[in-house]
Design a protein around this ligand. Sequence first.
Ligand code: GAR
Length: 200
Amino acid sequence: MVLVSGSGTNLQALLDASADEAFGARVVAVGADRDGIEGLSRAERSGVPTFVQKVGDHATRDQWDEALAARIADFKPDLVVSAGFMKILGSRVLGSFPVVNTHPALLPAFQGAHAVREALAYGVRLTGCTVHLVDAGVDTGPVIAQEAVAVQDGDDEDSLHERIKTVERRLLVEIVGRMARDGWTVSGRTVRLGRPTRRS
Ligand code: GAR
């Protein structure tokens, strides 16, 4: 299942990929933290069930986390993908499901909600995207895959973000497909895709 907060182009890439059975995964539901976003419309157009859980509708952040975990659990997902979901997930969600996030920078550089703006402001010549497992921190979980994107002279936040997103969508689809088809193991901060090999 996929969590979104905005335009949902990464979600769309997953929806498109899952049209082919060989991809090995399908999007069972899409959850959001706000109404009226293109990400939810994309899910509806694909016939995928949606739900919205807003932080502001709950007395505490913990209650939101519990309600979100319960909605996710209804769909019994094997994996939760945070694809442009702009909220920090709580312990109930993270303790119940493996969660993968896509981030528009080469972590651990430029964690948080304004990664592309901050990379440009810093003046880096190389940035990129990271697919990682989510832990209790902000963009601190073990890295699964990264790809670099060069900053071009004259880039602004939008142009750079669009080039990153082109790479990001392909990488996210590749990694989610491999996780679904082949599984993964985590040892410390190292994530290995594929089934563990037995040593004799
Ligand atoms: C993506 O670039 C994703 O990495 C970023 O939001 C964009 C969502 O695009 N997420 C974050 O910045 C989280 N810190 P999309 O809605 O078109 O998939």
